[in-house]
Design a protein around this ligand. Structure first.
Ligand SMILES: [Zn+2]
Length: 223
């Protein structure tokens, strides 16, 4: 997760489907990962919650969802997108183009079967869903990675769409005692773009929600 930092330390990461409560439409951010795909590339995935159980907890069904904002199209964020029959799926133009014709080194990261039947709404750059929900173009983890800002009563929350954890935004001091503002994600399509996107998120957000941060696993509502 953290480029050239925390080397040699095992990391436990989590994956989420986020539900934005209070918006006019019923909005999800990302559509989850499944054991089949995660274990296929050697990730020891376990304790995955079922889609139904997760939706049940927030009092909605798959039919109710109007909008899925895909931070990006890697298989660990798109596994259940086709299970929402009424949802438009918002994706960046650059992400969809790359996903449909990926560089060979990332061919495994984009499962064409997961993407085939989706009702995509393609955007290019920053985009306003409503006064309270906005999409920020934050490339670098993947070519068309995006983040979602949500105005809450406790400040601006940003679901940071680059595969990252809180350490990326609040780095521990380096072994020599130096401090740095952010750590780029270890998995990236463009390291420097990814760094700039993290800086943009950090400057704007009051609450940062990195999409693989385990600290949210035990919380049902944020903030
Ligand atoms: Zn990821």
């Amino acid at each position: 997760m953290t480029y050239f930092a925390n080397l040699g330390q095992p990391v436990c990461v989590t994956g989420y489907i986020w539900y934005i409560e209070g918006a006019k439409e019923k909005i999800l951010v990302d559509s989850g990962g499944d054991t089949e795909h995660l274990t296929r590339i050697g990730l020891p995935a376990h304790d995955l919650q079922s889609l139904e159980s997760g939706l049940n907890k927030v009092g909605i069904t798959a039919n109710d969802v109007d909008l899925i904002i895909q931070t990006h199209l890697h298989f660990d964020h798109t596994a259940f997108a086709s299970r929402f029959p009424n949802a438009r799926v918002i994706v960046q133009k650059r992400e969809l183009e790359f996903a449909r014709n990926p560089h060979p080194i990332w061919a495994e990261m984009y499962d064409q079967k997961l993407l085939a039947s989706l009702n995509f709404e393609v955007i290019d750059g920053d985009f306003k869903i409503s006064e309270d929900v906005k999409i920020l173009f934050t490339p670098g983890h993947s070519p068309g990675c995006q983040s979602v800002s949500v105005r809450t009563e406790n400040g601006l929350a940003i679901i940071a769409g680059l595969c990252s954890i809180l350490d990326n935004y609040n780095p521990p001091a380096l072994p020599d005692g130096k401090t740095i503002p952010v750590i780029a994600p270890a998995i990236h399509s463009d390291l420097f773009q990814a760094y700039d996107s993290l800086m943009r998120i950090k400057e704007l957000a009051d609450i940062i929600l990195p999409i693989h941060e385990p600290a949210f696993l035990t919380r049902s509502v944020i903030p």
